[in-house]
Design a protein around this ligand. Structure first.
Ligand code: DP6
Length: 375
């Protein structure tokens, strides 16, 4: 692999610190590959952010670092059939989702391929047939861009036959260019995307996993029950939501808060302090939705039943002292997070009291997982 190339210097300012990350992006450029003829299949899971990525700049770079639990049951499986063709002017690919051709996804995939072309130039003289499927229903309201972009990126890196330490980093780097949160689905169970003083080797360009010695063992088996409150198409996409953070009246304060929450959460994860964990996770979820409600134009993605569930979580926690908390993605669904040792009691309450707030009683019981893998 060629090691020479341009270097980017990134600056992220917080009130007290400035972090300089120097990244030689040419390590991700596989200019030496001319011809690939292969079939590869990878699966990658969805992830749920505890510190939220909400606001970006440049080419898919985050305004603040984010941290997530990688899940294990909500997965995308993607198979690529790659064949050489004579060099054309267009990127050449077909896309099938669950066996059906899906032209509506073409433009997003084409944007992705164009963005990654400097790093995988061989794509310009290959035809790629993509077959993808999800383990979770398409209409569940669970965002599939994280898992599907991570699975696609993993296939491309596998096709390049990179087996060194950079393979995971490159997969995360490419996945980010498809969808920011996808960068965090390559590894698990806890990953950080975005430069932060608290995580060595953290970067705005790709996500890195926390090493096992950096977090309390309780988080190795943490559970996530996903309450499907609304399965419709989102009124405002995440991409539009990120854009509304550009001139948001509370943007600067929000980014500063996220940097600080990251520093605090890293310490909390190490200590296993569940009260402090709950406080940060719920604050992040509500702040994400507060940003939506206070931008211009403003909007609300929570549903009345989202509020019912939040209130029930607070009541239940006060009554039982069990460490269950909620987080939200950019939609109405609620993720309930709890340690496995308390799963019996908490899931009994979920099944008896919260099912009624879910669309057709739908709940997906998931837990943290290890990231993308070859099928
Ligand atoms: C609320 O990764 O979907 O889930 O980079 O435009 O594809 P794009 O956005 P996306 O944003 C995810 C936002 C979030 C928070 C998070 O996952 O960190």
């Amino acid at each position: 692999m060629k090691k020479k190339g341009f270097t980017k210097v990134l600056k992220n300012f917080t009130s007290e610190t400035s972090i300089f990350v120097i990244m030689n992006l040419s390590i991700f450029k596989t200019n030496c590959i001319n011809s690939i003829q292969t079939q590869v299949t990878w699966q990658a899971p969805s992830n749920i952010a505890l510190i939220k990525y909400w606001g970006k700049h440049g080419e898919q770079l985050p305004k603040n670092p984010s941290l997530s639990f990688t899940l294990s049951s909500c997965i995308s499986t993607t198979a690529l059939d790659i064949n050489p063709i004579s060099k054309g002017t267009n990127i050449s690919f077909d896309f099938y989702f669950e066996g059906q051709s899906k032209p509506e996804f073409h433009s997003k995939i084409e944007v992705f391929f164009k963005r990654i072309l400097p790093y995988c130039p061989w794509i310009a003289n290959h035809h790629i047939t993509i077959n993808s499927q999800n383990s979770f229903p398409h209409s569940s309201g669970i965002a599939s861009s994280g898992s599907s972009m991570a699975a696609l990126a993993s296939c491309l890196v596998a096709a390049e036959e990179l087996f060194d330490d950079h393979a995971d980093q490159k997969a995360s780097f490419l996945a980010r260019l498809g969808s920011g949160s996808a960068a965090r689905s390559i590894n698990g169970p806890i990953t950080v995307w975005g430069a932060t003083e608290s995580v060595k080797e953290s970067s705005d360009f790709f996500a890195v996993p926390l090493s096992e010695s950096d977090y309390h063992p309780i988080f190795n088996t943490y559970c996530d029950a996903i309450l499907i409150i609304d399965q419709g198409q989102k009124k405002v996409s995440s991409t539009q939501g990120h854009r509304l953070m550009e001139n948001h009246p509370f943007g600067v304060a929000r980014f500063k808060q996220a940097f600080q929450n990251m520093v605090n959460l890293i310490k909390i994860l190490e200590e296993g302090d569940l009260d402090a964990f709950i406080s940060i996770v719920e604050t992040e979820a509500l702040t994400l939705h507060a940003m939506m409600m206070t931008g211009s134009p403003n909007y609300i993605l929570m549903h009345p039943n989202t509020m019912e569930v939040i209130q029930s979580v607070w009541n239940f926690r006060q009554e039982t002292k069990l460490p269950v908390c909620f987080t939200l993605d950019a939609g109405a669904n609620v993720h309930l997070l709890y340690p496995q040792k308390d799963a019996f009691q908490i899931e009994d309450w979920i099944d008896h009291k919260l099912k009624a707030f879910c669309r057709e009683g739908k709940i997906i019981k998931d837990k943290v997982g290890r990231g993308a893998k070859k099928v």
